[in-house]
Write a protein that binds this ligand. Sequence first.
Ligand SMILES: NC(=O)c1ccc[n+]([C@@H]2O[C@H](COP(=O)([O-])OP(=O)(O)OC[C@H]3O[C@@H](n4cnc5c(N)ncnc54)[C@H](O)[C@@H]3O)[C@@H](O)[C@H]2O)c1
Ligand SMILES: [Zn+2]
Ligand SMILES: [Zn+2]
Length: 365
Amino acid sequence: MKAALLASPATPLVMADVDCIDPGPGLVRVRVTHCGLCHSDLTMIDAQESLTPIILGHEAAGIIDAVGPGVSTLAPGDHVMLSPFGPCSQCYWCVRGEPTHCAAAMSMFGGTMSDGSVPFSMDGEPVYRGLGVAGFGELTIVAASAAVKIDHDVPLEVAAVIGCAIQTGVGAVLNTAQVEEGATVLVMGLGGVGMSVVQGARLAGAARVFASDPVAERRNAAVAFGATDLLDPTDIDVVEHVKEATAGIGVDYAFDAAGAGPLVETGLAANRSGGTTVMVGAPAVEHSVTINPAVQFLVEGKKLFGCLYGDCSSQREVPRLLSLWQQGRLDLEPMITARRPIADINAALDDLRASIGIRTVLNVS
Ligand SMILES: NC(=O)c1ccc[n+]([C@@H]2O[C@H](COP(=O)([O-])OP(=O)(O)OC[C@H]3O[C@@H](n4cnc5c(N)ncnc54)[C@H](O)[C@@H]3O)[C@@H](O)[C@H]2O)c1
Ligand SMILES: [Zn+2]
Ligand SMILES: [Zn+2]
């Protein structure tokens, strides 16, 4: 099959012929039709320590091509959204209902299946599977638990953007922070993930959604997703502005959706006493955060949460998100601002680097 491959760290992706194995027990092989581009792909491309060769892409949807022994819930021809994690349903975290911490699914960060094997090879050499999906290739292998069956009338490109952006952003609001009606919310960073946080805040019934991004086009686009106040962090002091606009109180919830350690500090400073900051973005490993625990945690009682994929249990969450989309309460089509063939992937990555549009979805096969 054809795949866009990261052959070595910090190089453009190259189209390559890659072999994909038959699905083993509990696994399915999927023909990927669409895959969105997420900033986490860029981060992995740019990181000198990234495993290579690897097929990235983790916001994908497609059609079941083959099922392995023991898979009874899916059949060839089924349409599926691919989740970056395929929970085992048996580990400590899965039985607690916390599948984004599933011990087996953590293999996604090592580029392998949960048993340490890789499903792809090129000229007999192993090729890693990026972030649990490998959506930049025509075929992939995932655990059946990572493939969420969807109706044939749901466009597959729409399903794709749920995989990362929507699950992550909406999930961070509804599952991680549990924002309540009437709340005040600050969202920092308005890419696919941040726009999904804004949408999550609207779904939760937030009264005021401050949306901050240096890119004017993205700020303006956030209004249609539910932002009520637009902030340019290069022009104003975000904390001062938010405090002033809330009668000196601060926001109930702040979200970093840009991936920068210092934004956690901004979030906590913008929070009211007792408020919550959620780190949704993925900061560089060398970032750290300075907190004054005596003041911010003890006296002010502020809370700081992290989350992976919005703490979503995909098999439960995706049908719920699609119902909200069908009711017109969750906007999925407007998240897709460009469509390109997989062969144009490097140009699409350049757009992401330059914050052009919101999400590009690649036609993979
Ligand atoms: N936790 C998770 O499970 C998870 C999942 C997906 C993505 N991520 C991470 O979320 C982040 C966002 O992903 P994306 O695909 O939306 O990225 P993106 O590049 O499309 O958007 C990031 C936005 O942040 C803005 N920004 C930069 N500095 C800012 C600042 N100081 N204040 C406000 N905005 C600022 C940029 O202008 C850009 O518009 C990335 O770090 C990504 O790796 C995390
Ligand atoms: Zn992502
Ligand atoms: Zn598990």
